[in-house]
Design a protein around this ligand. Structure first.
Ligand code: ARG
Length: 279
């Protein structure tokens, strides 16, 4: 569905903040191995289409006035397009990812080199951390996923390295293996999430911290609808998540659907393709 902002009957007014994003073109994208339930190595991938869909996402950010830096893709690292996993760059600290699966190890090297060149001296964690796949900044705190990828011991390392409070949230459904597949940060105090992806304890924590959170339906969660990127007002989300788009609209946000169906074959969408640099 297309929602025109001028017919928006909304009372809440949301404000956008200019953002700094990092992206990697899916030049070498393919599904060569399967490390999450979305990946099927027998499904053919149309790289040209993946690149075209990704270019639309990049253009969407530029049109909204955001800065987009590009990292050079490396042959043989098909998941490098999911730049969110590169690490966490915040307040002058650049934590580079330590991946769970050996297939992605080379990405840490590529992204550390990029960070170094950009003047963000990268630091590593001892335990597995998959960057902004599992480490989501909400205002002055970090929500940290665990259960499938990022080790809870890395949460403590991230807290020590950033000086920020880190709230550990355990995921339970393998389809939602990274926090950014089950939870979207909409602004400094607002989130959307899919409760069944979390343990009872994590749900209770989220309810307490964000009583006004948007809870999405299974239909939207199953198309990775929560894998979205917000600038505080515009929420760029997987186009198939039409119910979520309506919820966003009614909450005063401006939803913008982008079709990343080729990249969904690797188990990722809008947010996975976007690393935000917090200065
Ligand atoms: N194929 C990648 C993996 O399983 C997808 C990563 C998606 N990234 C994300 N931020 N959720 O690791």
């Amino acid at each position: 569905m297309t929602i025109s902002p001028d017919v928006a009957a909304v009372s809440t007014s949301r404000s956008q903040r200019a953002r700094h994003y990092v992206m990697t073109r899916p030049t070498f994208f393919t599904v060569a191995y399967a490390i999450n339930p979305w990946m099927d190595t027998t499904t053919p991938v149309d790289v040209e289409r993946a690149v075209a869909q990704w270019e639309t996402l990049r253009a969407t950010y530029s049109t909204l006035g955001h800065t987009v830096d590009l990292v050079d893709p490396v042959p043989g690292l098909p998941d490098m397009v999911y730049a969110a996993n590169a690490g966490l760059i915040i307040n002058g600290t650049a934590i580079v990812a330590r991946f769970k699966h050996a297939e992605r190890d080379g990405e840490s090297v590529a992204y550390a080199t990029w960070m170094d060149r950009r003047g963000h001296a990268p630091v590593s964690t001892f335990h597995v951390n998959e960057g902004q796949g599992d480490l989501l900044v909400v205002g002055s705190m970090i929500l940290a996923g665990t259960g499938f990828r990022t080790d809870p011991r890395a949460h403590a390392e991230v807290a020590a390295l950033t000086g920020m409070p880190v709230i550990s949230l355990e995921l339970v459904d393998p389809r939602f293996y990274h926090l950014d597949t089950a939870l979207a940060v909409l602004d400094d105090t607002t989130i959307a999430y899919y409760p069944p992806a979390f343990t009872d304890r994590a749900r209770a924590q989220l309810q307490q911290l964000f009583p006004d959170a948007i809870e999405v339906s299974s239909t939207d969660a199953y198309v990775l609808g929560l894998n979205a990127v917000s600038d505080g007002k515009h929420v760029v989300h997987p186009a198939q998540a039409t119910g979520f788009a309506e919820q966003l609209y009614h909450a005063g946000f401006h939803p913008i659907g982008v079709d990343l169906s080729e990249l969904l074959k690797g188990g990722g969408s809008v947010k996975c393709c976007t690393l935000e640099v917090f200065s």
